[in-house]
Design a binder for this molecule. Structure first.
Ligand code: BGC
Length: 531
């Protein structure tokens, strides 16, 4: 009984009411406007220099790489011009020692090596073409070490972008920490390492994963009005949306095409409300914060994204374990364990280590509707080494996990709802009632956490200015190709922007590569990015 009462009181502390949601939406809109006006605000509102979303007719062969979490992905993408594409990719885990390396070069040299391996494996002919061309083709400026591939670099950390392929790192997130890279141009860092290996690649575009998601969504599912928002709810969280240039008041450093009157803005909403004006803070949020790598930053992300939800749950569980008033995973009273065996927590259980509870178990808990919670109890044994957990304990675990996940989903609705209101599309006379307000999302939470999207919708319906009717018009669709196709599309935009006297020369090289790639269909497969 004591456990049940204690659990209910914990669940209560993660409640996030409709009223809270509305208050937060107002504050989000205020901080969003502030970010459009000046630099240095908590919601960074970073201009991306991307001024249009695709319509599905784009074509060509591009490369894309993706660094943003536990894995580094390298791919080549053939855009087929009809909203479809073919895709070849390699994926490798980023070694932990490079995530917290001394020098930026250590990490970027590793990335370049992986790109080299990919080219050797999947585009070996391009190497030869490249070398041959260099020997035989001249440009107006003489022989040139011309690059064949335009590459989109998906780099999913806060970057101050100053051009389509230029941007300095503001800070690391998601467990990376290489102080040497701060304030450096990450495209230049990667290009330098690529050049050391003499690879035929130009880093043509710097892409946040949310921007890639927005582009990929617009390419594959173009509506009359395109998509308005690309968002990630995975290891980290963030969103990029299409904003009117007239609302972007802060000065822009680089060149960009003004003809569309719009620009994609990377909100970096992970840092929404770093000042904690409206975000909910339980004692477990405070404890996570105290021991985090970046205290004071990414305050919204720390309550919403996959990297942190498991840790919040772990902190609650540890508190329950240490509470002498309740019996939790202790089995002082073995008769309360329907399995009739003693509950034992192994000393090596992840429960006793920071980050030791993988958020994935929250999905298992949510999914398990079995009257005996068999699946969850199995997962507690297999993943957390809690042997023979009682039903009551598993139920308490499930309730707390649900409360944390539900708060995260409702907080996610704050950002989504605020951006929908910011775009003004619900009241735009050119957008008819039948036109969906289209949003592309990616990441482990939206992909794997049962009921995450329905919980988002429930909160959207409660937002003033959206309501039942507005929520019906908002279409949130899973879009998993942001870091590949999305990045390729931006590389394509970038290639169009290059004032290159040599355009035809590059075009010729590219069609050669295209022909080579067309014969290399063996490794084509669909991406499964679960970061
Ligand atoms: C980063 C964003 C990124 C998001 C999702 C955050 O930690 O700051 O740039 O878009 O994670 O990957």
């Amino acid at each position: 009984m004591a456990l049940e009462t204690e659990t209910d009181s914990i669940v209560q502390q993660f409640e996030y009411s409709d009223n809270d949601v509305n208050k937060a939406v107002k504050e989000f809109l205020r901080q969003a406007d502030e970010g459009l006006e000046k630099d240095g605000t908590s919601l960074s509102q970073i201009p991306t220099y991307v001024t249009a979303v695709p319509n599905g007719t784009e074509k060509g062969l591009y490369m894309a790489v993706d660094l943003g979490g536990t894995n580094f992905r390298v791919c080549s993408i053939q855009l087929l011009g009809d909203g479809t594409f073919s895709h070849t990719y390699n994926k490798v885990a980023v070694p932990k020692n490079l995530m917290v390396a001394k020098k930026a070069e250590d990490l970027f040299a590793f990335l370049a090596q992986e790109i080299k391996k990919f080219l050797e494996e999947h585009h070996s002919e391009d190497f030869e073409h490249h070398i041959r061309r260099r020997m035989t083709v001249s440009s107006p400026d003489g022989f040139r070490d011309e690059h064949i591939f335009r590459m989109g670099f998906t780099f999913s950390f806060p970057v101050k972008q100053v051009g389509i392929n230029k941007g300095t790192l503001i800070r690391w997130t998601k467990g990376f920490d290489i102080p040497d890279a701060i304030d450096k141009d990450v495209c230049a860092l990667l290009q330098a390492e690529i050049d050391k290996l003499h690879l035929p690649i130009k880093v043509a575009a710097l892409v946040n994963d949310t921007v890639g998601t927005l582009m990929a969504r617009s390419y594959a599912a173009p509506g009359k009005n395109g998509s308005v928002l690309g968002a990630i709810f995975g290891t980290g969280t963030n969103g990029a949306y299409v904003e009117k240039l007239s609302k972007l008041k802060k000065p822009l450093a680089g060149d960009y095409d003004q003809s569309t009157g719009e620009m994609v803005i990377n909100t970096e909403w992970g840092s929404f409300d770093n000042q904690l004006n409206v975000l909910p803070t339980t004692k477990w949020d405070a404890s996570l914060e105290k021991d985090s790598l970046n205290p004071g930053f990414q305050m919204y992300e720390k309550r919403v994204s996959g990297m942190f939800l498991g840790e919040i749950l772990r902190l609650v569980v540890v508190e329950l374990l240490n509470n002498p008033e309740v019996s939790f995973f202790k089995d002082e009273n073995s008769s309360s364990n329907d399995r009739g065996s003693v509950t034992i927590i192994s000393r090596d259980s992840g429960l006793f280590k920071q980050w030791g509870l993988d958020t994935a178990i929250m999905s298992t808990a949510e999914l398990d509707q079995d009257p005996e919670l068999t699946g969850l109890r199995q997962a507690l044994e297999n993943n957390l080494h809690v042997y023979a957990p009682a039903y009551e304990d598993a139920l308490a675990f499930k309730k707390v996990a649900h409360a944390i996940g539900r708060r995260a989903a409702r907080l996610s609705a704050v950002a989504i709802g605020a951006i929908v209101l910011q775009t003004g599309k619900l009241n735009d006379k050119d957008v008819t009632e039948e036109d969906p307000i289209d949003i592309g999302v990616d990441g482990s939470l939206v992909e794997h956490y049962p009921g995450f999207r329905p919980m988002i919708y429930e909160a959207l319906r409660a937002i003033d200015g959206i309501g039942e009717e507005g929520a019906k018009r908002i279409r949130i669709g899973l879009t998993q190709d942001g870091s590949g196709v999305g990045a390729a599309l931006i590389a394509l935009v970038a290639a169009g922007m290059e004032k290159n006297a040599n355009a035809e020369y590059i075009g010729e090289l590219r069609s050669t590569s295209k022909a080579a790639a067309a014969t290399d269909g063996s490794a084509d497969e669909k991406a499964t990015n679960s970061d």
